[in-house]
Design a protein. Sequence first.
Length: 307
Amino acid sequence: MALLGSNKNISKKDINFFGEFTASARKQTQVLAVVVFVGIVAIGLCLAIVVYDIFRNTGVQRDVDSLNATLASDEYAGLELKSQSLQEEINDKNQYYYTLTEMRRIVDETTSVSMEVIDTLGESIPSDAYVSTYTVTGNNLTVTGETFSYYDAANICYLLNQSDIFASEVAPAIERNQGDFIGEVENPEENPIDVYYDFSVSGNLISDSIISVGHYQNTETGVIALSGVSTQKVAIGDNYEFTGIASYTANGNTYTLVSININDVTLSEAEFAEVMSEDKLTGMATGNVEISLYYTLGEATEEGSAE
């Protein structure tokens, strides 16, 4: 019986056996409590966010309703029509300004004879000759007159060439004439003083080229001017250059370049693509140049570019 141990020893062993299960259950309870607490906190945060969104959306909706009510009031009822009216007024003023600048371009391109040319002409005329007419058409000056000596007529042309009023040397047109300069006679050999010469000198005056640039918008109803026409003087033979033309800003809007006309000739697709890639337009001034830049509102499309 001594080998089986005492009852006291068996009881302690049983108690220790159940204690292990009790400790394990206590740990599981603690873990479960933590999980439940975290879940409650998460649910609380979600509810708080939902409640916040509800109140925020309610506030935003209230502001939207208030704004709609304000826009529907009599004070704002006619703003759209007023905006359209103001846009039409802006377009009309742009067209008026464009008309004024277009008239200024015409004035700039009109060649006027300076007093230096008239003084030079007067100094080149000998005492036995006189000028009957002189006219200026564009850049061309034509002088006609009469003289008693063929060589005096040639010398007049020589002196005009030496005065550098012509872009290139000119030659006179001289023709022997017999008329009533002093008195018509039957035999001019008996009265050589009655024989005289008609002469004419014509050539292009030295002048600057006028380079004019206009910005236009292609619309469904036609083409309208975005601004006035700008002009600048460039010496004949020199190059001109305009940069930053791929886009244009006017009246708070940004427009995109879709085509270019130079003296009523539209650039080819290849030429236009080169201008767009470099964002500049260059050329040589060989006379007056009229450049028209056509834009569309916003980004250009293939259809808009083709137009």
